[in-house]
Design a protein around this ligand. Sequence first.
Ligand code: DGL
Length: 274
Amino acid sequence: MDNRPIGVFDSGLGGLTAFKALSKLLPNEDIVYFGDTGRVPYGTRSRETIVKYARQDMAFLQSKDVKMILAACGTVSSVAGSKGELLSDTLNVPFVGVLRPTAREAATATRNGKIGVLGTTATVRSGSYQKELAAINPDLQVFGQDCPLFVPLVESGFVQPGDPITRLTVERYLAPMKEADVDTLILGCTHYPIIAPVISEVMGKDVVLINSGREAARFCVALLAEMELLTEKTAPGERHFYVSDRTEGFSSVAGIFLGQDVQGEVSHIDIDKY
Ligand code: DGL
């Protein structure tokens, strides 16, 4: 048993899709969330910059004495590698990324062996899902597509299913996926589940969408249980949000991700100190 909080981070708000799933699965756990809103997006940056930022994010979470770190960011997880090997060397707590649990779920879900991966440019460029899926089943065909406009659209609140700009952007990015006849589509960036209804409408109802934030949250729960690190508290857990930019900006858009007003304190931190 371990009553310390779970640490979750992302470049911005996308990781809240994982946070939401985690909060629902483990209502009594304390959770510390860090969104690097001052430096989002990560997905257009170099591998070196992403590693540097992720190390600072994790150093901050460790300063909050967390018992596990969930990188709720497809970009960081892809750069970190399957078991987080590139990042976990500085950690003294378990590290979970979205890559492995998401790839496993996609490999189970596909019926025709054709899997699409939507992600940031850094995620798609890394080939992380291709490697992970090939290790599970070398016969799988994997098609990657980066969607750099999705993150700004989501962070700016263009998320209503009827929004014509989002719809057009989704149609443009997904055309090669339809062409490739994928039956399973990985939402490899944790921002994308917010526009899943539009993606599903464009792809058709037979295509299974895999929500990387939710899969990572489920994996975290299983790992905490296996390592006997679940809390013994029985009261609702405390939530604390930290951001590297304005707290007001965070609270208004975070509500879209959480489907409700932010419950818990929101504080600003200077991430350059870590
Ligand atoms: N939410 C992050 C991801 O999952 C990325 C957004 C970004 O910073 O580019 O990849």
